[in-house]
Design a protein around this ligand. Structure first.
Ligand SMILES: Cc1cc2nc3c(=O)[nH]c(=O)nc-3n(C[C@H](O)[C@H](O)[C@H](O)COP(=O)(O)OP(=O)(O)OC[C@H]3O[C@@H](n4cnc5c(N)ncnc54)[C@H](O)[C@@H]3O)c2cc1C
Length: 276
């Protein structure tokens, strides 16, 4: 975010490509038409995507290639259903980037574990790109990805490239069909099995259903990763994205500006409170 960042400034975003990922989920590539300054984001941040006449939704950046912004979106309700019906050439409004960052500076020299459930792999994909781009900065990266079924595993077309870059990619599904020959179970099993050579120099980032992140964090603690080195990315319904409207309040924080990425030890007491 630059110092001239204007949170209410709605940029025009042109849809240039749609990649169908898994049922109900696609990656949408946007080019910005009228940026006051070159658009930049950091891993973990999100944009507010506006469909004229329908509304806005918070969507994480799942990457950026040159000037092209990637958003991986699951059809959930009004805005996302509408986006899914749009063709390349359609234009949208876009505000951002907003929110806190995955701790890339703190990751330097450390081993990294990403634990992502379902579409939770989208907000952590920029971390993978950053490690691929600057491998000398970071230790070993392990990506653990779980989904309900094999057809829910995201970005499978990229795993070979990531493995080629030295990243360990492990997948697991809750339910196997007759096309699946991999591991069956929950993501904490992957975390329990993976080699953690130096837990005190390992940073774990997790994104997915909140109950999954809770158990991932618990397992990580049991494996010796300190609580201050565990980060979660939380979702709450939000409107303004700048901490004014109060929709996304979580305890003493607003997910839109204090999150979505939180240090686990700081947010854990509020994650546990039903309805907060
Ligand atoms: C920081 C952040 C990053 C996100 N990143 C992504 C991403 O990368 N990709 C992605 O697909 N999604 C992402 N989301 C989730 C996305 O913002 C929501 O799914 C959003 O609600 C979709 O908007 P919609 O209008 O399509 O659906 P909505 O109309 O908002 O409906 C979505 C679902 O939420 C329910 N709902 C609506 N309002 C409320 C409410 N006030 N309280 C409880 N439930 C409600 C609806 O019944 C429906 O089941 C992110 C959310 C946050 C906060």
């Amino acid at each position: 975010m630059t110092s001239s960042f204007q949170p209410w400034h709605m940029m025009e975003a042109k849809l240039i490509q749609v990649i169908h990922e898994i049922p109900g989920v696609a990656t949408y590539d946007f080019e910005l038409e009228d940026t006051p300054t070159p658009y930049q984001f950091a891993p973990g941040q999100f944009n507010m995507l506006y469909v004229p006449g329908v509304g806005e939704a918070a969507i994480s950046l799942s990457g950026m290639t040159g000037t092209v912004l990637h958003h991986t979106i699951r059809e959930a309700g009004n805005v996302t259903h509408d986006i899914a019906r749009c063709q390349p050439g359609s234009t949208f409004g876009l505000r951002g980037p907003f929110g806190s960052l995955w701790p890339m500076a703190a990751c330097a020299g450390n081993d990294l574990i990403l634990a992502a459930g379902g579409i939770g792999l989208a907000p952590v994909r920029p971390v993978i790109y950053e490690v691929v781009k600057n491998p000398e900065t970071y230790g070993k990266l392990t990506v653990l990805h779980g989904a309900r079924t094999a057809s829910g595993l995201l970005y499978t077309r990229q795993y070979a490239d990531w493995r080629q870059a030295g990243i360990a990619v492990e997948t697991i599904v809750d339910h196997a069909d007759n096309t699946w020959f991999g591991q069956v179970g929950v993501i904490t099993q992957l975390l329990n099995r993976c080699t953690i050579q130096r837990p005190s120099d390992t940073i774990l980032m997790t994104c997915g259903p909140e109950i999954m992140m809770h158990f991932v964090a618990k397992t990580a603690l049991a494996r010796g990763i300190p609580a201050q080195q565990i980060y979660v990315s939380l979702e709450r319904h939000m409107n303004c994205a700048i901490g004014l409207c109060g929709h996304c309040q979580l305890g003493p924080t607003f997910v839109c500006k204090d999150g979505p990425v939180y240090r686990y030890d700081q947010i854990a007491p509020f994650m546990k409170v039903e309805g907060l």
